[in-house]
Design a protein around this ligand. Sequence first.
Ligand code: HEC
Length: 124
Amino acid sequence: MKKYVFAIAMIGFSFYGFSQNAAKGKGIYDKVCITCHQSTGLGIPGAFPPLAKSDFLNKDVNRAIKGVVKGLNGPITVNGKKFNGAMPAQPLSDQQLADALTYVYSSWGNSKKVITPAMVKAQR
Ligand code: HEC
């Protein structure tokens, strides 16, 4: 019996592993990223940069992924405004970061890119 439960769990897990899901990503965003970037994705002027219609985000997918994976600090310019803060590396799995970023890209007028766990892994 245990074997079957394990097999079914593994099948479920592998399906989960192959689906990028903006809805799941929203759940992660609302727990983790929202503290700084806010539910509107607008951030807080002077402290946390916007993700909504962010030129920084939309210009370079791998740079955006890397920032979340490794952390990001030092001066950056987002939509013409300068920020010089620090985002700690986000301790989430490849799948969780892929979902969260897919949600971000699908929201607030962003470029609708789909981020896969493999793309996240490549930046680790
Ligand atoms: C503790 C606060 C904090 C949390 C939590 C956080 N960030 Fe950030 N984020 C920042 C700060 C501060 C910067 C700017 C860093 C700098 O000035 O170099 C930033 C920058 C960014 C950028 C690049 C700049 C832009 O606006 O396009 C992206 C993309 C981003 N964060 C996405 C995320 C995602 C996705 C999550 C959740 C998985 C997240 N962040 C969680 C504080 C945070």
